[in-house]
Design a protein around this ligand. Structure first.
Ligand SMILES: Cc1ncc(COP(=O)(O)O)c(C=O)c1O
Length: 422
């Protein structure tokens, strides 16, 4: 399928398989307690076909901009299935989201709570908010943690305890839930369980204050997945049993949805569904190294890893022309950008490659194209081709266009969606 797509649509091309999205969703649901809600985090991959597939599967949507909100709506999510999150919300974005139908927000400070409440009241609406809570202690054994340390995200639990009057209904905003998100890229079931346990302990404590007003506890996620390397999704055996035990201990009425328990995932649901196919543009020696120049680089994949948001990548390059003809040592894999930072990896051993060869990078269905430095140096973004277990679904290219602005008019939409490839 992938070689045929490269022939038909050119390279570089992201190839997404909806059948793999369905497999991942089924796997994650199987590992979570029922009843529970699963939010898909659009930041992982906002491609409309992927978002629509997850809407059809019954997920809810976690979005962090008006653009993502619109994408979720267009893909089929109902207004009340979408939660808008994020640590900094501009007034005009909150107003635009409410006008578009947003009724569920995660708020991250007293200011954010008052802001959302004021904008809702101004629109004559009532919205539900979840308070994003940052635990005061770290999850034992957790590396990439967003909790127990100073954080731009959420409010410290101790702040709610010491100044509860700042965390109550405000304007048109009703405090109806608690939102935890303690880490990301966690592959170990024991670690996942210890962070859920910590959230549940805190949730129980905070519910003493809010009582039945709290109708949802979002326990977050952090479910890991391989990124740009071969491998499979982590085995989540034991997660469900551990969660059931922790839920019964801390929230005895959880199974009657008092409160509803929810989870979030981006990468686990989409990473394995995506492959980036690229072409070798040049192969040349310099001093004691071999430089393999590809037609994809940090503008198509991995731009955020330079910003420490994603681990440094050293993508696996799978040659697509059968068994290796030999090996090349000490290779640097670089992209076509005229800057030395456009390098995916160095000092790696690769199968012998020649200009014109196709190579594929697996597991890049999450934090791929839209998490990269798309506009830098002005190459076209990679094509995005979607199939469903081999059946073609769509072929598009994300466009970035400079548009004239009208003074005094603040646009609130998304980056231009998709233009068809032909
Ligand atoms: C609040 C929140 N939810 C969900 C996600 C999605 O994370 P992942 O793709 O690792 O599942 C993130 C990622 O940063 C996040 O900050």
């Amino acid at each position: 399928v992938i070689a045929e797509i490269a022939r038909q649509w050119g390279t570089p091309a992201y190839v997404y398989d909806l059948a793999e999205v369905r497999r991942a969703e089924a796997e994650l649901r199987e590992a979570l307690p029922r009843p529970s809600r699963l939010y898909y985090s659009l930041k992982a991959n906002p491609h409309p076909a992927i978002v629509a597939e997850l809407a059809r599967l019954g997920c809810h949507a976690e979005v962090s901009s008006v653009g993502e909100f619109s994408t979720a709506r267009e893909a089929g999510f109902a207004k009340n299935q979408i939660m808008l999150t994020g640590p900094g919300k501009a007034d005009h974005e909150v107003a635009a989201a409410i006008a578009l139908g947003a009724r569920r927000f995660s708020v991250e400070s007293p200011y954010d709570l008052a802001q959302v409440g004021a904008m809702a009241a101004a629109a004559g609406e009532q919205v539900d908010v979840l308070l994003r809570v940052n635990a005061d202690t770290a999850v034992p054994g957790m590396g990439l943690s967003m909790t127990g340390v100073g954080s731009a995200f959420g409010v410290d639990a101790s702040w709610i305890e010491s100044a509860p009057e700042r965390f109550i209904d405000s304007g048109g905003a009703r405090v109806r839930g608690l939102h935890f998100y303690m880490g990301t890229q966690i592959e170990d079931v024991r670690l996942l369980l210890s962070q859920f346990e910590l959230s549940l302990q805190l949730g129980r404590q905070l519910m003493l204050r809010y009582g039945a007003a709290i109708t949802e506890i979002d326990l977050g996620g952090g479910f890991g997945a391989p990124f740009a390397r071969t491998g499979s999704r982590p085995d989540l055996t034991g997660l469900r049993a551990g969660l059931l035990a922790a839920l019964s201990e801390h929230l005895p009425d959880w199974h009657c949805r008092r409160p509803l328990v929810s989870f979030e995932s981006g990468r686990f649901l989409t990473a394995a569904a995506g492959t980036l196919v690229c072409r070798v543009l040049d192969v040349k020696p310099s001093k004691d190294r071999v430089f393999v120049v590809l037609d994809a680089g940090i503008h198509q994949l991995g731009g955020m890893s330079g910003l420490r948001r994603l681990p440094r990548i050293a993508p696996t390059l799978l040659p697509m022309a059968g068994p290796p003809r030999g090996w090349m040592d000490d290779c640097s894999v670089v992209g076509p950008l005229c800057t030395p930072v456009d390098m995916w990896s160095s000092g790696v051993r690769l199968p012998t490659l020649e200009p014109g060869d196709l190579v594929a990078v697996p597991n890049v269905g999450a934090y791929g194209l839209t998490a990269s430095l798309l506009a830098f140096i002005g190459h076209l973004p990679a094509a995005e081709v979607v199939h469903d277990g081999g059946m073609p679904v769509s072929a598009t290219r994300l466009t970035l266009r400079r548009q004239p602005l009208t003074a005094g008019f603040v646009p609130t939409g998304s980056i231009p969606a998709m233009s068809r490839l032909d």
